[in-house]
Design a binder for this molecule. Structure first.
Ligand code: 3HC
Ligand code: NAI
Length: 693
């Protein structure tokens, strides 16, 4: 065995040159891996004893793509194209031996090999779109030639992976082998023995014929996915490249790919999306809770309250095979809760995402009870009853009396003081906040709220469990609203204030949706219902909400709220609402202003950035990127803007501070910039330079 680079070895076995990449954690195409591939191919060609070549990886996966952390830096060593050319133009057959996930540049390397074999569990994908990119190493031209344009469109604009069954059917792989190394070597020998032709994917465009004959393929695809792709640059660039694959010769298509890749790579969207990839992973790292912190075993879960949140939370656990016991106070509430869970699963089955058998399997894991004592032996209990401190304290006292030692006691409270809740128990170290977002079975975010006394093992267990159930867990300290809602309160306050100053709900919502949010605060309010927490008997027209609810404008459910709605639930700006707002505005002492969309946006987003800074200076969030993960996954901040802290750095923290100071002079202390923000601005820095003190 010879080392051909820092992470790549070359050996010869029975006439087969084996290039082995061993670059943990995921064998990404760092400079030394590219060098190794290039040098390994040179060694294989130079050695007369070598009749064929196998490229294989050690560790958990085949090459998972380009090394994202190298992007933006100066290129060192062999380029990926050098390595690919050496493989594709080799006079000796090259076999890629795949396990784990062949992703991005990894799959693109495999597509330059003459043959591919894989073990049954292998998966294949071009996920660059999720990083705001497109496959930039020939993948846009080669994948459609293997799987056809339709399938390539689906895979490349969604990042979806396929398994070996589909890969085998399309010809992406030639064989499934049991033992990867031995199977790949045997396959390479067989290819030589049979004298098989060295097929290059680039030379065969048979599979593109049907796309050439389907004039509306691309326009239909664009129209069908317009909503999904809204705001993102990368999906369209991927589509353009597949169109080029269909309509142009290979080398011309590659030119289009290079040009489009270059544009994306230097743009802010991809910078934001690449930042977000690492942000999500960074959030798992908690400085004082090391990776090897012991975790508790969670084999059974109890949930108290089978309402909107409790039901959704239960589904998360059943989905990964963990049995759940749901406790309610009344039989009808329990029945309703279980009924909604079943309906949700059945709807998923109707869409073909799970089978009917899976519906039954998952329902069988969820049992309902009215007996609190049924929670006694559970490893984790999550409370999801009404947002009332008294009620929650009562429940936690009972949990303390009922649960076995070592159980974790969690609350799903959205804003209450977790320390106060924990204080009624004799075991505050076992108490933690697990703040799910609605709908809890869908939303990725999980705020893990650490009380003053929460044990490190409880934090480590909760973070790992969050990941296991498919969430993006982010650690927060205790404060009203934690990270996400505390920032939301600021935006809400400004939105409510602003409509008293001239702009209308549609102006405020429009500024946010044009920025990339799925909806604005007034659309959201109409969806949730304006009457949540509204009391008809006590309503006396004192607030805008009172008046709207009194006029039965209680949101989408009454056909009107801040907006009127047509039969397709399309919001239409309402003259009636505008008039009611004008009346209130006249009575308020607020200055009336005419604002452009940009100014509206500033008044909504700058207070959020400011609050994020306060949250960081208080140590509630560990790092700016954690705030960003919360806002992207919990509230629909557009991923291509990275999150409020990333965005603030793009705008410039100094510029934001200057504008906040102007607004503070005009409209008062609420606009006063946070100390951290002022400090960063004074040093000419941004959130990226923040180091927790
Ligand atoms: N570059 C650099 N680091 C990477 C990486 C990559 N492509 N992929 C993963 N890593 C790092 C992660 O940051 C993480 O580091 P950490 O332990 O310090 O936090 C570590 O590898 C393990 O990653 P995960 O925690 O995500 O491990 P999983 O086992 O859950 O998932 C995976 C493995 C499926 C490979 C997942 O990491 C993944 O999806 N990676 C990204 C794949 C990708 O996007 N590839 C395309 C890259 S762009 C490209 O190839 C351009 C080309 O067309 C030119
Ligand atoms: P909900 O009103 O839909 O459900 C609460 C359920 O708790 C009801 O079914 C009720 O019967 C049950 N319940 C009340 N007292 C009980 C008791 N003593 N024992 C057992 N069950 C009892 O409320 P929702 O929306 O599910 O909220 C629950 C918690 O989740 C609250 O703390 C809320 O702040 C929080 N939350 C809510 C979100 C949302 O969007 N609805 C988002 C995130 C958190």
């Amino acid at each position: 065995m010879t080392a051909v680079s820092q992470t790549v070895d070359f050996s010869v076995e029975d006439g087969v040159g084996v290039i082995t990449i061993d670059s943990p954690p995921v064998n990404a195409l760092s400079s030394h891996v590219r060098d190794g591939l290039f040098e390994g191919m040179k060694a294989a060609i130079a050695d007369d004893a070598v009749k064929s070549v196998v490229i294989i990886c050690a560790g958990r996966t085949f090459i998972a793509g380009a090394d994202i952390s190298e992007f933006g830096g100066a290129q060192k060593g062999a380029s990926l194209f050098d390595a690919q050319e050496a493989i594709e133009n080799s006079t000796k057959p090259v076999v890629a031996a795949i396990h784990g996930t062949a992703l991005g540049g990894g799959l693109e390397v495999a597509l330059t090999a003459h043959f591919r074999v894989a073990i049954a569990s292998a998966r294949f994908g071009l996920p660059e779109v999720n990083l705001g990119l497109l496959p930039g190493a020939g993948g846009t031209q080669r994948l459609p030639r293997v799987v056809g344009a339709e399938q390539a469109l689906h895979m490349m604009t969604s990042g979806a992976q396929i398994g070996t069954k589909e890969a085998l059917a399309s010809g992406l792989i030639e064989e499934v082998v049991d033992d990867l190394r031995a199977g790949a070597i045997a396959f390479a020998q067989k290819v030589v023995a049979e004298g098989r032709a060295l097929t290059r994917i680039r030379d065969n465009d048979e599979k593109l014929k049907s796309a050439r004959e389907n004039a509306s393929l691309f326009s239909d695809f664009r129209a069908k996915n317009a909503r999904k792709f809204r705001g993102f640059d990368a999906p369209e660039a991927n589509i353009k490249c597949i169109e080029a694959a269909v309509n142009l010769p290979f080398d011309e298509g590659i030119k289009v790919e290079r040009e489009e890749f270059g544009k994306l790579m230097t743009g802010v969207q991809s910078a934001a999306q690449r930042y977000f990839f690492f942000a999500e992973r960074q959030a798992q790292k908690i400085p004082d809770v090391p990776k090897d912190t012991p975790k508790r075993d969670i084999k059974s879960v109890g949930i108290i309250g089978g309402g909107t949140m409790g039901g959704g939370i239960a589904m998360n656990f059943a989905n990964v095979g963990i049995p759940v016991t749901l406790v309610e106070v009344k039989a009808d509430a329990l029945e309703r809760g279980l009924g909604i869970i079943r309906k949700n699963y059945e709807n998923t089955a109707k869409k073909g995402r799970i089978t009917e058998a899976q519906v039954e399997e998952r329902m069988a894991l969820i049992s309902g009870t009215l007996e609190f004592s049924d929670l006694a032996d559970k490893d984790l209990v999550i409370e999801a009853v009404f947002e009332s401190m008294d009620l929650k304290k009562d429940i936690f006292k009972r949990l303390d009396d009922t649960l076995k030692p070592g159980a974790i006691l969690a609350s799903n409270t959205s804003a209450l003081d977790l320390n106060e809740i924990a204080s009624v128990t004799s075991r505050p170290e076992d108490v933690i906040g697990l703040h799910f977002f609605s709908p809890a079975n869908v939303m990725r975010l999980l705020e893990v709220v650490r009380g003053d006394k929460t044990g490190k093992d409880v934090i480590a267990t909760s973070m790992a469990l969050g990941k296991k159930i498919g969430k993006a867990p982010v650690l927060s300290g205790v404060c009203p609203g934690f990270i996400g809602n505390r920032i939301l309160f600021q935006r809400q306050a400004q939105a409510q204030k602003m409509i008293m100053q001239g702009p209308l709900p549609q102006d405020v919502d429009g500024a946010l949706t044009n920025f990339g949010f799925p909806m604005g605060p007034f659309q959201m309010s109409d969806l949730a219902g304006l009457d949540i927490g509204w009391n008809k008997e006590k309503s006396n027209g004192e607030t805008l909400r009172d008046v709207l609810c009194e006029r039965d404008r209680r949101g989408q459910k009454t056909g009107k709220g801040y907006y009127d709605y047509d039969e397709n639930r399309k919001p239409i700006p309402s003259d009636e609402v505008a008039e009611v707002i004008r009346d209130f505005a006249a009575k308020s002492n607020l200055p009336q202003v005419t604002l452009t969309e940009e100014e509206i946006l500033k008044r909504l987003l700058y207070p959020m950035v400011n609050e994020a800074a306060k949250i960081l200076q208080e140590g509630i969030a560990i790092r700016p990127s954690d705030v960003d993960v919360v806002w992207v996954y919990g509230y629909g901040w557009p991923r291509y803007w990275g999150g409020p802290c990333f965005w603030a750095d793009v705008i410039g923290v100094d510029k934001i501070v200057a504008e906040l100071e102007v607004l503070a002079k005009e409209e008062g202390a609420v606009w006063e910039p946070a100390d951290l923000l002022k400090d960063l601005a004074a040093k000419g820095q941004g959130f990226k330079d923040f180091a927790a003190g």
